[in-house]
Design a protein around this ligand. Sequence first.
Ligand SMILES: Nc1ncnc2c1ncn2[C@@H]1O[C@H](COP(=O)(O)OP(=O)(O)OP(=O)(O)O)[C@@H](O)[C@H]1O
Ligand SMILES: [Mg+2]
Length: 506
Amino acid sequence: MTIDTRTDGVAAPLLQLTGLSKRFPGVVALDDVSLAVQAGEVHALVGQNGAGKSTLINILSGMLSADAGTIHIAGVRANIRDPRHALSLGIATVYQELSLLPNLTVAQNLALGREPSRGGLLDVGAMHARAENALGRLGLDIAPDARVSRLSLAERQMVEIAKALAFNPKILILDEPTAPLGQRESQQLFAAIARLKAEGVALLYVSHRFAEVLALGDVATVLRNGRKVVTTRLDGWSEARLTDAMIGAQTERYVASVRQGRDIALSAVDLRLTDRVRGVSFDVRRGEIVALTGLLGGGQSEIARILGGDIRADGGAILRDGRAIRLTSPSDATGAGIALLTEERKAESILPNRPLRENIALASLADRRGPGGLVDAVAERDVVGRVVSDYGVVAASLDVPIRTLSGGNQQKALIARWDLADADVFILIEPTRGVDVGARADIYRRLDALAHAGKAILVVSSDLPEVLTLVDRILVVREGRIVAETKPAAVSEDRLNLLIQGAEAA
Ligand SMILES: Nc1ncnc2c1ncn2[C@@H]1O[C@H](COP(=O)(O)OP(=O)(O)OP(=O)(O)O)[C@@H](O)[C@H]1O
Ligand SMILES: [Mg+2]
């Protein structure tokens, strides 16, 4: 079906999708979806984990082909063959998953596929100049010759964005761009988006952070189970209204319960790590949830990783139930009853081609093998089935490869794996990144239940609404030190933000 989108005197939308459909075995990921994005407009795409957002994006970027439907760019029909073709048509995409090559430098990654040459040789000077320019447009202070593997997650994401901008796209697609970013980086991105809008770029923006959607978006399309629910201008919309449109029912909000801290389960005593952690001490009690929060790179993630045995401190001590322990690996930590979920869990710990069931059972059932080294398959299914339902992991079955799950559902699966660890102390870094608002509440309820069961829980989070709803105590970390301690009842989001930025004394 071809539709002429041009009406007399009115320019066609820069991007027009008509009747897009896509099936995977056992799922209809997209069902007859149409939408249009105008030049200079931010069009938000919202929906629960698994609603079909990334599938739509991957069709536009040439990673997937649609089963049905058409795409027009400025009124001209486009048959997007592959990612290179999409780029040549002016469509650049920042994917939900990072795509940089870790062993190359920033400049090499930015130049991939279109390296400048002079007399048949790579023009290194031109390549670096181009990279500096692209990074500068985002206000980034990253050296072009830095190896990507040495950058933080947030820096890598900013390089991904710089890479997309370097194509000077007419249409820019961003799939949860702020998920790995802190507030400072998000602000840099928003400033760039405002400039692009003014230049007449059409933007398609996916995010589970509705405050962001409402602040940036002109128009939103809501998807539910692959179908379009509505396309609407966002004037007058609230987060609650977006949530209701997305889930299709009144959602049960997470309401914090009253918790009582008991004896101290874990203590950090004067922890130090080069210039990243500069003498940090605090306790986590059984029955309480404690947050470490701050700007990205402030050291909170390192503190959590030290306590989870993932990196070794240069100085200080860790006490478990009051006794000093030495951790030289995550398995030492597991042995001491401490389970750590890191922010790079995907890259570090997912087995993409193995079944969902196996990915979840990994940590917990490996040491419950019976005679002959066999895992009790029936017990495994039972246990895995329970956490899959607790965390609302949506998948065609427990036997599908985990890579076929949507991004948010993979995330929930890894939290489910971590939940099965037989631990007394649970440490999570950015647990709800990429998770939809409904599922986020499920995770909070589950953490609350673990705390009530006497577990000690430490969360690293840069998501302030999350910190303010979930935890009992907030430790603000800046430049490797705890600079303030407060409670959700005692601070507003604005004031917490000021504490984090260092603009106000505690
Ligand atoms: N390669 C694949 N093979 C099989 N099924 C897939 C594949 N990719 C996606 N799906 C399925 O298609 C549906 C839509 O997934 P999609 O990734 O588009 O969701 P999403 O809206 O981006 O969710 P999230 O917010 O979690 O990222 C899901 O049911 C998912 O399991
Ligand atoms: Mg997705």
